[in-house]
Design a protein around this ligand. Structure first.
Ligand code: SF4
Ligand code: FES
Length: 236
C-alpha cells in the first residue's frame, strides 16, 4: 500500500516561492511521517530539508503542520489514516529557512523576554551555598505546575496561535507558560523582573483565549490555563 505525501517546499534564499510537491511512499508497519520524509530523502529527492533529532517525541525539533494541524512528525503515524494523501507544511508564524525547516529565532526571542531561567538566592560571599530548597510535593500548586513544566519548546503552540499571527508583540503561549511555572516557584527570586513582560503590551492580556495552543501541544501542556492563572493574579 502506498500513500501520497504532499510537501510544501520552498527555498527563500534562492528566491523559490512555496509550492506543493507530491511523493508516493510505500507504507511500512508503524511508519511515522518522519519515516516517510526519510524515505523520500533516501529514495526520491535528496534535497528535501527537515529537522529532527531524538525521533522519540522528546526534543521537539520535528514539529510541523500535518494535515493542517501542528504535531511532531516522529509521533504522527499513518495507521488508521482514512486518507491516502497527507499534507505536510512548515510551522506557521516563523520564517521558513528551507522546505520544512523554520527559523526558531523569533520563538526563543519571545522565550528570552520573560527571563525563562530559575533565579535562586545568591550565596553570601565566602559562604558555601545552603542546602537545596525542599519543594513540598503536597503543595496545592504542585499538580498544576507539574503538567506545565513538560514543555519541550517545539513551537507547535506558537504556530497554532491566531493571536501570534496577528500581533507580533504577543509573547505567545510557550513563553507565558514558562513564566507561569517560574512565578509559582517559591524559591525563584525574579518574579518582579518578569512582571513587566507578563502584564505588559505583549503579555497575558493580549491573549484572545482561543485555546489552539492546548489542543496541539504534543507534551500535554495547557498554555491557556497558565495564561488564565497569570491573569487571575494580575496586579491592580
Ligand atoms: S507548550 Fe507544548 S506546543 Fe508549546 S512549545 Fe511547549 S511543548 Fe511545544
Ligand atoms: S525528532 Fe525529537 S520530537 Fe520528533
Amino acid at each position: 500500500m502506498t500513500i501520497t505525501l504532499r510537501v510544501r517546499r520552498s527555498d527563500p534564499a534562492r528566491g523559490e516561492r512555496p509550492a506543493w510537491r507530491s511523493y508516493r511512499v510505500e507504507l511500512r508497519p508503524k511508519m511515522s511521517v518522519l519515516d516517510a520524509l526519510f524515505a523520500i530523502l533516501e529514495e526520491q529527492d535528496a534535497t528535501l530539508a527537515f529537522r529532527y533529532s531524538c525521533r522519540a517525541g522528546m526534543c521537539g525539533s520535528c514539529a510541523m503542520v500535518i494535515d493542517g494541524r501542528e504535531g511532531l512528525a516522529c509521533q504522527a503515524r499513518f495507521e488508521g489514516a482514512r486518507r491516502s494523501v497527507v499534507h505536510v507544511e512548515p510551522l506557521r508564524s516563523l520564517p521558513v529557512l528551507r522546505d520544512l525547516v523554520v527559523d526558531m529565532g523569533p520563538f526563543f526571542a519571545r522565550y528570552r523576554a520573560i527571563d525563562p531561567f530559575f533565579v535562586g538566592e545568591e550565596p553570601s560571599l565566602g559562604q558555601p551555598p545552603g542546602d537545596p530548597a525542599v519543594v513540598d510535593p503536597d503543595a496545592g500548586v504542585r499538580p498544576l505546575v507539574s503538567r506545565q513544566i513538560d514543555c519541550i519548546a517545539c513551537g507547535a503552540c506558537l504556530s497554532a496561535c491566531p493571536t501570534v499571527a496577528m500581533n507580533d508583540a504577543f509573547l505567545g503561549p510557550a513563553a507565558l507558560n514558562r513564566a507561569f511555572a517560574l512565578t509559582n516557584d517559591a524559591r525563584d527570586r525574579a518574579h518582579r523582573l518578569r512582571r513587566e513582560a507578563i502584564y505588559g503590551e505583549g503579555g497575558v492580556h493580549a491573549c484572545h483565549s482561543v485555546g489552539n495552543c492546548a489542543r496541539v501541544c504534543p507534551a500535554g501542556v495547557d498554555p491557556l490555563l497558565s495564561i488564565r492563572m497569570l491573569r487571575a493574579h494580575a496586579p491592580e
